[in-house]
Design a protein around this ligand. Structure first.
Ligand code: GMT
Length: 377
């Protein structure tokens, strides 16, 4: 099979889209392709040397004549430079704005010689798509791409409803690296956090944006704790952390909620967890659900966006209505108190990740998209 030279542009900082783009680049490199990341900083999961992965940093200079530094133009120029110098076959960009548009501009700069694949991750549609100052640009970015994928069926539908792009959008689900995300036996870690052996562990991981509804997680936990001895791990950082801390104090849960901030080795935290809660009001996929399920942690999530495509209701966890804290608590208690049910859901979760979301399958789908595009000439 021909080895390709693939340029990848993403938001490299912590966030599901950056994680997926980086993991995809790593797995494609393992299949022998040459990968060129083009972004503002080194993707954070690129934590070891790969002989066939290169990083091209986009530098933005501040000129006094400009009120705003021209990042989008700097990125477009950089992409064009890398296409020509490295002779790239494909550009795979994550997010329609600005990346699909920058990719299109770069393509024009080099005389239209490259194919563009754009993956939509959610925020570009579910948040920015509603902004009239950006919606025309997002639609343009989608239509100017050669192939467009979205991370869930729900996101495909939402994109058509909102922007009506004249472009086929195919669903390609997210994946995780199964070599990292699997259950480990770590009883000492539980003890190090001061969690008793008989206490259950609930976990929530997010960037604490308002859309993640972290206060709902804390309110549900307050009800769960009345019935089940347990601790709640809150992992991540973001704009709502202080609001959540206040709520924890108000509910007198300070001794039972652990704020862990941003963490790298999530597989270890999932390995000591019994249940994951993701009660978002917007979520195109919920990569953190996949990470948890791969480690055998059943999940409860809201009937929002792509969440019901990731959690199989009553099989790998439960789906609840947005804001229904009582139902969330009731289902959590049922699951935490019934060991047989918990064991079954935990096994189902591991199986679902292996079957529906296996990295081999997803990476092959992207690879096939690249080869189909190149065969079109
Ligand atoms: O969820 C976030 O706030 C981060 C955002 C991102 O751009 O990384 O996540 C989006 O992309 C992830 C990877 O495809 C999805 O798992 C998240 O569900 C999606 N977030 C939203 O739709 C809010």
């Amino acid at each position: 099979m021909k080895k390709l030279k693939i340029g990848i542009t993403c938001y490299p900082s912590v966030g599901g889209s950056g994680v997926v783009a980086t993991e995809l680049g790593k797995l494609l490199a393992e299949r022998g392709h040459e990968i060129h990341f083009i972004s503002s900083s080194m993707p954070f999961r690129l934590n070891k040397v790969y002989h066939n992965i290169y990083f091209h940093e986009v530098e933005v200079n501040q000129y006094s004549v400009f009120k705003y530094p021209p990042y989008d133009l700097a990125l477009s120029s950089k992409i064009a430079e890398v296409i020509e110098r490295e002779n790239l076959d494909i550009l795979h960009v994550h997010y329609a704005v600005p990346h699909a548009i920058c990719a299109f501009l770069a393509k024009q700069m080099v005389g239209g010689k490259i194919k563009i694949v754009t993956t939509l991750h959610g925020t570009d549609i579910t948040v920015l798509g509603y902004d009239p100052t950006l919606s025309i640009a997002i639609k343009f970015g989608i239509e100017a791409s050669d192939r467009v994928t979205a991370v869930s069926k729900a996101l495909v539908e939402q994109t058509y409803d909102l922007l009506e792009p004249k472009k086929e959008i195919e669903t390609v689900y997210n994946f995780i690296d199964e070599r990292i995300y699997h259950k480990k036996h770590l009883p000492s870690l539980k003890r190090e956090y001061g969690i008793q052996d008989d206490e259950k562990v609930l976990i929530h991981v997010s960037n604490f944006r308002q859309v993640k509804r972290v206060p709902d997680v804390v309110k549900a936990f307050a009800l769960i704790r009345q019935e089940v001895p347990s601790k709640l791990l809150l992992v991540g950082d973001g704009p709502e952390v202080s609001i959540v801390m206040k709520l924890v104090k108000q509910l007198q849960l300070e001794d039972h909620v652990l704020f862990l901030g941003k963490q790298e080795n999530l597989d270890q935290l999932y390995s000591i967890s019994d249940l994951k809660l993701l009660l978002s009001e917007k979520e195109s996929f919920g990569l953190v659900l996949l990470e948890a399920m791969a480690c055998g942690v059943p999940c409860i999530g809201t009937r929002i966006g792509g969440i019901p495509e990731v959690i199989e209701d009553h099989k790998t966890g439960y789906i609840v209505e947005l804001g229904d804290i009582e139902d969330t608590a009731e289902k959590s208690i049922r699951l935490l108190e019934d060991q047989t049910l918990h064991q079954k859901m935990s096994e189902n979760a591991i199986l679902l990740v292996r079957e529906k979301f296996h990295s081999e399958k997803i990476v092959s789908t992207y690879e096939q998209i690249y080869f189909e595009l190149l065969s079109e000439g």
